[in-house]
Design a protein around this ligand. Structure first.
Ligand SMILES: O=C[C@H](O)[C@H](O)COP(=O)(O)O
Ligand SMILES: C=C(OP(=O)(O)O)C(=O)O
Ligand SMILES: [Mn+2]
Length: 464
């Protein structure tokens, strides 16, 4: 997936030294949001199988990502994380995966131009199968069943059989992640990511009269590419790009089974993805998730909602990044547009004063969820953008670096979030709402956000 630009990577396998027993301490700690399948023979068999399967990512790739994120934490790169709220097995198709990768690459090109910096591309992809829920159950027309917790746990279909927690799904999730990752690696290394094609796709977007406002930025990028070409830039070098995988590390038995010793360093890496994050619902300091992720070498993210205190943030740093290593820890704030200007400054100020160098990323989705008049979970594009603007304002005022964007998005033509320049309306939901969990920006809304954030980054750099 990532182009291996540094020394060849030693594989992570089962043959290395025994794993640190500390990796199982989480089993003794309070744990939230887990399925009810533990102790069953089917669960034991699935875990046994997973622990023998090859790693999905390599430790050397994970180390490269940590270096890239360290640059972002120091204000020298920008992180773009995007993908479904909940990937599904059925939608792990070539068309849908390519549309999502394509959209992330399109956003990344305009962000790279705006920031005049490398953009680290990362999918909520190839493993984003487990969902924390507000309620354990869902009731429809008087029938109550277990809530859908992601395809790795149960099915979305509202029947007793489908909603049963089925441990065989753990192995299916691994296999689906493997085939998704395989396709992403092929796309991003095999010529699909060619800078000139990605730019041409963006020109297609700005040709829509609704997006005329972005034409001048696309034209500037066009001139920059022609200038590079005239200077003899090697476009063959720009046919490939690094692309990293990420998901919420929610099911710890799955994550533990895919944790392996790196034969180079003897250290444990969670090989289910390059980057793992801890959700807002599972970031308890003395809980299982924080403990487990404190013990693996991957770069780690933590979501911070509006109730997070500076004390929480500092304690998370002590536990997850005791060596204050840039690139190790990313805080993904998801405050809501109404809260961000009030709540984020205190966190950023206290964390900065502590000397820790975390990467600050905004997730402008999860604090802005509302219910539409016709009963769908949705988000207004304007609220989402307002949170992004607030994120930039807070960091500008404090002299800190707004280092990335984390969005729920798809490459498809869905109707799940309202508004945008080519606006989505509630009446379209009945036909075009596909998400099985939270509403995603569609292809056009994602690109619009890319252009808007690119403008904000250019302004920060004094170029617009
Ligand atoms: O993706 C995030 C959570 O799983 C989701 O926001 C929870 O939503 P719920 O309130 O519908 O359970
Ligand atoms: C569950 C999610 O977010 P949060 O933990 O921030 O609510 C998510 O990213 O889908
Ligand atoms: Mn979500």
């Amino acid at each position: 997936m990532t182009e291996l630009t540094s020394a060849p990577t030693a594989p992570v396998g089962n043959a290395g030294p025994a794993l640190d027993p500390g990796l199982d301490v989480w089993r003794t700690l309070p744990i939230q949001q887990q399925p009810s399948w533990h102790g069953t023979p089917a669960h034991d068999a699935a875990i046994k199988e997973l622990s023998k399967l090859p790693p999905l990512v390599f430790a050397g790739e994970v180390d490269i990502l940590r270096e890239r994120l360290a640059a972002a934490a120091q204000g020298k790169a920008f992180l773009l994380q995007g993908g479904d709220c909940a990937e599904t097995f059925a939608d792990a198709t070539a068309d849908k995966i390519s549309a999502r990768v394509k959209t992330i690459l399109q956003m990344a090109v305009v962000l790279t131009y705006g920031a005049s910096m490398p953009v680290i591309k990362m999918g909520r992809m190839a493993g984003q199968f487990a969902k924390p829920r507000s309620s354990d159950t869902e009731t429809r027309d008087g029938v109550t069943l277990p809530a859908f917790r992601g395809d790795i746990v149960n099915g979305y279909e509202f029947t007793e059989e489908s909603r049963r927690h089925d441990p065989a799904r753990l192995v299916k999730a691994y296999n689906t992640a493997a085939s998704t990752l395989n396709l992403i690696r092929a796309f991003t290394q095999g010529g699909f990511a060619d800078l000139r094609s990605v730019h041409n796709w963006n020109k297609g977007f700005t040709e829509n009269p609704a997006h005329a406002a972005y034409e001048s930025l696309a034209a500037e990028i066009d001139r920059a590419i022609r200038f590079m070409s005239a200077c003899g830039a090697d476009f063959d070098e720009l046919k490939r790009t690094e692309f990293f995988s990420a998901h919420e590390a929610l099911l710890l038995d799955y994550e533990r089974a895919l944790t392996r010793t790196d034969s180079r360093t003897g250290l444990p890496y969670d090989t289910s993805a390059h980057f793992l994050w801890i959700g807002e619902r599972t970031r308890q300091l003395d809980g299982a998730h924080v403990d487990f992720l404190s013990r693996v070498r991957n770069p780690i993210g933590v979501k911070l909602g509006p109730n997070s205190t500076p004390e929480d943030a500092l304690a998370l740093i002590d536990k997850l990044d005791p060596n204050r290593e840039p690139g190790r820890l990313t805080f993904i704030s998801r405050m809501g547009a109404k809260n961000i200007r009030e709540k984020l400054p205190n966190l950023v100020e206290k964390v900065t004063a502590s000397g820790a160098q975390v990467l600050w990323v905004t997730d402008p989705m999860h604090g802005n969820t509302v219910t539409s008049h016709n009963g769908y979970k949705t988000r207004n594009f304007e609220d989402v953008m307002d949170e992004v603007r607030g994120f930039f304002e807070v960091h500008d005022a404090l002299g800190t670096y707004p280092g990335g964007l984390h969005v729920e998005m798809t490459g498809d033509d869905v109707a799940e979030c309202l508004g945008g320049a080519d606006p989505i309306r509630e009446e379209q939901f009945d036909d075009l709402y596909e998400s099985v969990c939270d509403p995603r920006l569609n292809h056009r809304q994602s690109l619009e956000m890319g252009f808007l954030v690119s403008g904000a980054l250019a302004k920060r750099g004094g170029r617009a």
